[in-house]
Design a binder for this molecule. Structure first.
Ligand code: OKP
Ligand code: ZN
Length: 343
């Protein structure tokens, strides 16, 4: 399987993540991508290719033009205002307040975000664009006949809405790849999100559509991020009714339980008969992940890859979460190797 990787991911190198009242070193750090790349090479998974440049148009098929423009200039505006640290949103329109775009940079940061752990600094926009190009290049390879491709995206994407960043995400790479398939004449596309966290952005982007089936398996949002979306009674609306599926699990869920939901997801995908599949691949379901509570083992990722292959679909993998950096390379590449038949 070919891997798409951009060294420009390292342009996102923020120093802060608001966690527990402290500004800690971010969990979503550059070494994550480098560790996965090293494992791809070590295992000779296949060729590693740089992304092609697609520009902003395919990103704007999913994200609003004003949101994209905001991300492009946000850091410069922040610096121009004389702010001493990294750009962190700290105010939102709560219940009863107005969702109106303010002029001030603090107000604009809140308007375009849903969480405060995701700091912005120099290079974030460039890295997010490169990450989208990585996903789009993998999508093009698959559209041109590859059975599957691995988009080694960083920063991740599945929490990003059409006009909201948060959860370490800016552009929704999986949604952008799925929309690219649609725009190239693929009639139906399924997105299966196996990251530990709910793919709230992906769900929201396609919530009223029946041409893109969205499924997410994740930790119960009553207990974990993103807290305000991802419950099982969210099934889609209008034309999209019945085209969103959430499967939630409690703490300490092992693969033997998690895989029951995977079977439900695979059955739904088979019934939908998509023309292509996008897997939002997080490996923060790992037993040693520092911010998550599932109990998948490294071998389980081989089994997962085998099961995904059985769907028999042209498949793009977009990298999402996974924060045990020591294991992230083995775990992510195990999914690809399982897909290719390794037991
Ligand atoms: C991004 B992805 C931990 C709070 C977690 C953000 C989690 C973002 C996960 N103290 N807050 O889905 O892996
Ligand atoms: Zn996650």
């Amino acid at each position: 399987m070919k891997t798409i990787f951009s060294p420009l991911h390292s342009r996102r190198h923020v120093k802060t993540e608001l966690d527990g009242g402290l500004l800690i070193e971010p969990h979503e750090k550059p070494s994550r991508a480098e560790t996965i790349l090293a494992r791809v090479k070590d295992q000779a998974l296949g060729e590693v290719l740089p992304p092609e440049e697609f520009g902003l148009e395919p990103i704007k098929r999913v994200h609003t033009a004003d949101y994209v423009a905001f991300l492009e200039t946000c850091w410069d505006e922040w610096v121009a205002e004389g702010k001493p640290g990294e750009a962190i949103p700290a105010v939102w329109a709560g219940r009863g307040m107005r969702h109106r775009l303010p002029k001030d940079i603090d107000g604009r940061l809140g308007y375009y975000s849903f969480a405060a752990e995701t700091s912005i600094s120099d290079g974030t926009f460039e890295a997010a664009c490169a990450s989208a190009n990585v996903a789009l290049t993998a999508q093009r390879l698959v559209a041109n006949g590859e059975r599957a491709a691995f988009a080694l995206c960083r920063p991740p994407g599945h929490h990003a809405h059409a006009d909201l960043f948060g959860g370490y995400c800016f552009f929704n790479n999986a949604a952008i790849a799925a929309q690219a398939f649609r725009d190239q004449g693929y009639g139906r596309v399924a997105i299966l999100d196996v990251d530990f966290h709910h793919g709230n952005g992906t769900q929201a982007i396609f919530y009223n559509r029946n041409d893109v089936l969205t499924i997410s398996l994740h930790g119960d949002p009553d207990l974990v991020f993103p807290h305000f979306l991802g419950f099982e009674d969210e099934t889609g609306e209008a034309d999209g009714e019945g085209y969103n599926l959430n499967i939630v699990y409690p703490p300490n869920t092992p693969y033997s339980i998690w895989s029951q939901g995977l079977e439900t997801a695979c059955q739904r995908i088979a019934e939908f008969k998509p023309d292509a599949l996008v897997i939002a691949l997080g490996v923060d379901t790992f037993e040693e992940d520092p911010i998550s509570f599932f109990k998948l083992t490294s071998d389980d990722y081989l089994t997962l890859g085998q099961r995904l292959e059985q769907l028999g679909l042209p498949t793009v993998f977009t990298m999402e979460g996974g924060y045990d950096v020591d294991a992230i390379g083995v775990n992510a590449v195990n999914v690809m190797q399982g897909f290719e038949g390794k037991t």
